[in-house]
Design a protein around this ligand. Structure first.
Ligand SMILES: NC(=O)c1ccc[n+]([C@@H]2O[C@H](COP(=O)([O-])OP(=O)(O)OC[C@H]3O[C@@H](n4cnc5c(N)ncnc54)[C@H](O)[C@@H]3O)[C@@H](O)[C@H]2O)c1
Length: 452
């Protein structure tokens, strides 16, 4: 094993994935240099301030920057020249047609390649961004070779290493991953990355797969698509539960999950899956299949069920109020899951837009994600500073994200603050307290029949 401080790594893209990696590697003793094209982000990180509210990044970034374990630079040349591995952690958002936009990846690879042209010695480039099958070999490799003037496998190595972290526990997920997948274009690059990881994980690696880049790319997309399939599946069962007296999807999911062939994860019915990865990766996988002439009916059905589930939530409110025009609706929770501030493709944002589109006046509240939501929703909605202010004088309230604090609301609060106690509970936060509602109140739980 090497002394970890001999590894010098640069990270291109200081978003959720890049910053979490910077912190995780620096905590293990690796010297990290961070680079981003966003100057505002660079300035914040330089001061040790995290631009994202990822708990362990917020906790450790300041001291790691102060101790010189993470250094950020606005000069990409400096980032490449002072390190021997560059990790590419830029975003791959959806294009209009659903395929992955590779422009950030191409730009980062061009920046790295251009500096490598004049750099001595072996340098490894690792793509962490989620890229569609064949991208590393057919897009990244030719671009890197062209810009750097070097051959992959000789003076430059190239790997794709998919990232499986979950926002909210990102640093911990990187430090204790369930598996590591190395998609190596060249063996030399794969060997260097394998050595680096052996050092980072102090010789105790989780299951590690070394394979072709296309297999690694497929493992990432297939894993995410599988998770979306579970969510759409349980949401399908949830819809049926709503129609069958005494049915509750949580009990059904619990019973299913006890079977080890099924497992309990990702069987939580709700407003649909969202977030930065699942919807965009599903779209990109669908487009990839279509590009190769295959019609992926299952993947399309997963997507359709998800779209319908969000619409279903809006329709529950619409039906209970007899229309949405000029009705006041409170939306509790905006982040795509509790514990984080990320609202990218959050079901809550989509539900808000749909409510507004159908004429409702919407008031929103989230314990952490208000700032990010404002950037997307602007002045379309009213922002409340507490859950009580949010429900005040509203005709209906919807719980979209299952933040713990929402459990503190009582039917008594709803009666006191709202015009009438009308609650649509997409996460069944209140299901155990259904008996506390009285006959005049309206309580509707997604996935549970309240029919006697
Ligand atoms: N966020 C997650 O939970 C997660 C989990 C697994 C995989 N991923 C994948 O990882 C990738 C990154 O996701 P993210 O959430 O960190 O994205 P992000 O948008 O939060 O961060 C991307 C960063 O890259 C920067 N950037 C753009 N072009 C650049 C360039 N040429 N050089 C340097 N920096 C540049 C942007 O300014 C931004 O700060 C995506 O492909 C995503 O699908 C994300």
């Amino acid at each position: 094993m090497n002394d970890l401080s001999t590894w010098r790594v640069s990270i291109f893209g200081l978003g959720y994935v890049g910053l979490s990696h910077a912190v995780a590697y620096a905590l293990r003793g690796v010297k990290v240099v961070g680079f981003d094209v966003d100057r505002e982000k660079i300035e914040l990180v330089k001061k040790g301030i995290s631009p994202i509210k990822e708990p362990d990044v917020v906790k450790h970034l300041g001291s790691l920057v102060k101790d010189g374990k993470i250094r950020v630079t606005e000069d990409h040349r400096d980032a490449v020249l002072s390190t021997n591995i560059s990790f590419v952690c830029v975003n791959t958002p959806s294009l209009q047609d659903g395929s992955a936009d590779l422009s950030q990846v191409k730009s980062a690879i061009s920046m790295i390649g251009e500096v490598l042209r004049g750099k001595e010695g072996f340098h490894l480039v690792v793509v962490n961004s989620t890229v569609p099958p064949s991208t590393t070999e057919n897009v990244v490799k030719p671009l890197l070779e062209d810009v750097s003037g070097k051959r992959v496998g000789e003076d430059v190595g190239l790997c794709f290493m998919p990232e499986f972290l979950r926002e909210g526990s990102a640093v911990q997920d990187i430090l204790s991953p369930w598996r590591i997948v190395i998609g190596e274009v060249d063996k030399k690059g794969g060997d260097v990355l394998h050595h680096f990881l052996l050092d980072v994980y102090r010789g105790k690696l989780p299951p590690l797969i070394r394979t072709t880049p296309v297999n690694a790319e497929l493992i990432k997309y297939a894993s995410n698509a599988f998770l979306t399939m579970r969510v759409s599946f349980i949401n399908t069962i949830a819809r049926l539960c709503e129609l069958l007296p005494k049915a509750n999807v949580d009990v059904v999911a619990y019973g299913m999950g006890l079977d080890p062939r099924i497992g309990a994860q990702y069987l939580k019915a709700g407003p649909g899956f969202g977030g930065i990865c699942l919807p965009k990766d599903l779209r990109a996988l669908i487009r990839t299949c279509e590009k190769f002439g295959y019609d992926p009916v299952l993947l399309k059905a997963i997507y359709k069920v998800n779209e319908e589930q969000m619409k279903h939530v809006v329709e529950l409110v619409e039906n209970v109020l007899g229309g949405l025009k000029n009705r006041d609706v409170a939306v509790l929770g905006l982040a795509f899951k509790a514990g984080i501030d990320d609202v990218r493709e959050s079901p809550a944002i989509r539900i808000v837009n749909c409510l507004v589109g159908r004429g409702a006046r919407v008031k929103v509240y989230d314990p952490l994600a208000m700032e990010n939501a404002k950037k997307i929703l602007g002045n379309k909605v009213t922002y409340a500073s507490s859950m009580y202010e949010c429900i005040k004088d509203c005709d209906a309230a919807i719980v979209v994200t299952d933040w713990k604090e929402f459990k503190r609301l009582t039917p008594e609060d709803l009666r006191k603050f709202m015009r009438k106690a009308v609650l649509i509970d997409t996460r069944r936060v209140f299901i155990d307290r259904v008996h506390e509602f009285d006959e005049k109140d309206i309580y509707i739980a997604v996935g549970a029949s309240l029919l006697p």
